[in-house]
Design a protein around this ligand. Structure first.
Ligand SMILES: [Zn+2]
Ligand SMILES: [Zn+2]
Length: 201
């Protein structure tokens, strides 16, 4: 092989390396307590439609007592995140806890505020509760909302902040289920651009 041809081969090899997609992150769904199969299936489907990720289902676990908030008989979301961060098996890049129980966190001057979900920027765990998403609506509506909230919270773990674009999935719901319902259910072009190769075409 001549020197020039060798260089050309080397260049092609490097070019194909540069084009290679990074490996898809491993996302695990962690049911906490009893969660219906159709809820799990909806989360799996929505995350798979939004993100280029390998999605697996972990065996259900009981909600940890360490997160129970006795005065309001519900679970503190940030403590669930701590527990998920500790308990999730190695090799899982992101984990989404899902529960039918009510979850809450501190918001501004409200010490214990019931929420749909919580996820921290660029961290491993997030958590979603169906408790506030299924009130006075048919199951199909609750399922759609749950998929959207799951897509939103996992988006935070992929470093997406709240987005000002109207109806983007990453809008801050501020506790209003109407924001979830009014969303397109999709990421806006700005959020998609931030995700890079993680975004599903
Ligand atoms: Zn959010
Ligand atoms: Zn957006």
């Amino acid at each position: 092989m001549t020197g020039a041809r060798l260089l050309a081969v080397l260049f092609l090899a490097l070019a194909s390396l540069a084009r290679a997609e990074p490996p898809a992150p491993h996302v695990a769904i962690q049911p906490l307590g009893k969660v219906p199969d159709h809820v799990i299936a909806a989360i799996r489907e929505k995350l798979g439609a939004l993100y280029h990720a390998d999605i697996a289902l972990l065996p259900a676990r009981e909600l940890p007592v360490s997160a129970y908030f006795r005065p309001r008989a519900r679970y503190r979301a940030e403590k669930l995140l701590d527990w998920l961060a500790r308990e999730t098996p190695a090799g899982v890049d992101k984990v989404i806890g899902i529960t039918q129980s009510d979850i809450s966190t501190t918001k501004d001057d409200i010490p214990d505020w019931g929420i749909f979900g919580l996820g921290e920027l660029n961290k491993r765990p997030c958590v979603v509760s169906t408790f506030r998403l299924g009130r006075e609506v048919v199951v199909a509506k609750m399922i759609e909302r749950t998929g959207r909230v799951a897509g939103h919270e996992i988006g935070h773990t992929f470093n997406l902040e709240h987005c000002p674009t109207p109806r983007c999935l990453m809008n801050d719901a501020r506790g209003k289920v109407q924001v979830v319902d009014d969303s397109t259910g999709q990421l806006c072009p700005d959020c998609r651009a931030k995700l890079g190769p993680l975004v599903r075409e």
